[in-house]
Write a protein that binds this ligand. Structure first.
Ligand SMILES: *Cc1c(COP(=O)(O)O)cnc(C)c1O
Length: 374
């Protein structure tokens, strides 16, 4: 995998801030609450293994990932904590999880019976740790029917091929000021919880938004902390948060080329930008193939504490910005983060790109080198 180590563009990750975000959330929950750090999608672009290690140091109990490959990458790095795959794993691959002690999400009786048949047929002895997903209104995966859920629990408790480790649900509108839909999902979750005489070791219903805005309603012993751990607000800018979250990532580069552009000259593909006056123009070595979206054309970056407009179209690997005056090659350029008194936030980038901060962050790919501060 290309890591971009030899280019002056990097994503600087402040793992101390990440730890403080976790501790702030932990301090706001009952003392016996556990945190599963959600590190899917390369830890929302921040780097799977370094983030997982930092989260554990800060008091997380384990990890959530989206797919089994991500869980195995954590195991390969030596992390032996509870690691839950949140998506549905193909039945035929599930014994790999059992062997690695990785916990899987199951949302149907069908999956359980198929796995049980395989396990018997191929003599897979090692118990597979299961978290049952309850669909209370997200409509993605999970049991919607309490009786079927109870049947699944019976299967998990009866057969030695399984270990009933957890149950969880996921909210669709926890980041909304209107609580109507949340409350409907919550009432359903309570029905599932109350249907069991004995709960599994891990119960979880809270994502970041639930941990921020429905803290007092959490009837579970564990929360799944995703975006807020990275210091971002799951509602974008809609709702204020009270944990003083600190964004952990700074996307920076530096000027690779600088020139004076004469009035009337144009820049970049399509020649959509034309200089009105003679002006200084810098080239910055980052582009849409790094996950800096092409639709940031017309947005801005920070140079020496000043906003500088992106001039012309963002290219695949480079882009141009207009400088207020001459700056030499190697002058730092902040694409996301702080310079002097000014900042560019993931939320502002998301507004420009007409998306959400989650997508901006997860787009930054491995061609951008990650640098970690501890
Ligand atoms: C991704 C995901 C999370 C984390 O969501 P955040 O909003 O980032 O906290 C939690 N639970 C499930 C099931 C997920 O898929």
């Amino acid at each position: 995998m290309i890591s971009g180590r030899l280019r002056n563009t990097e994503y600087v990750i402040n793992l101390r801030a990440l730890g403080e975000n976790i501790q702030a959330q932990k301090a706001a929950l009952p003392a016996d609450s556990k945190i599963l750090a959600v590190v899917k999608a390369n830890a929302y672009g921040h780097g799977l293994v370094p983030v997982a290690q930092a989260a554990l140091r800060a008091g997380a109990t384990g990890m959530c990932v989206a797919i089994l490959d991500e869980a195995l990458e954590l195991r390969d790095s030596g992390l032996d904590v509870i690691t839950l795959v949140l998506g549905i794993t193909p039945v035929e691959e599930a014994n790999v999880a059992a062997e690695a002690g990785v916990s899987l999400t199951v949302g149907s009786l069908d999956w359980l019976t198929k796995y049980h048949q395989f396990a018997r047929q191929f003599n897979w002895k090692k118990p597979l740790k299961i978290h049952l997903a309850v669909d209370t209104g997200m409509g993605r995966i999970g049991f919607t029917n309490v009786a079927e859920f109870n049947q699944a629990v019976k299967i998990l408790r009866r057969y030695p091929e399984f270990e009933f480790e957890g149950m969880f649900t996921h909210f669709a509108t926890a980041d909304s000021a209107d609580h109507t839909y949340f409350d409907r999902q919550y009432a359903r979750w309570q029905k599932f919880i109350e249907s069991l005489d004995e709960l599994p070791p891990y119960t979880h219903m809270a994502n970041s938004a639930t941990g921020l805005w429905h803290r007092d309603q959490i009837t579970a012993n564990t929360i799944r902390m995703g975006l807020s751990m990275y210091g971002y607000n799951p509602s974008g800018t809609d709702l204020p948060e009270d944990l003083h979250l600190q964004p952990v990532g700074t996307l920076r580069s530096s000027i690779s080329f600088v020139k004076k552009l004469a009035a009337g000259e144009s820049v970049s593909y399509g020649a959509t930008y034309t200089a009105e006056h003679d002006e200084w123009l810098a080239t910055v070595p980052i582009g849409y193939a790094d996950g800096y979206p092409r639709c940031m054309t017309g947005f801005k970056v920070l140079v020496d504490g000043q906003y500088c407009p992106i001039a012309g179209r963002v290219c695949m690997d480079q882009m141009m910005v207009r400088l207020p005056k001459y700056y030499p090659v190697d002058t730092p350029v902040i694409l996301m983060g702080r310079s002097g008194d000014l900042t560019i936030t993931a939320e502002e980038m998301a507004d420009q790109a007409q998306t959400i901060n989650y997508e901006i962050l997860t787009n930054f790919n491995n061609r951008i080198h990650r640098t970690y501060h501890y």
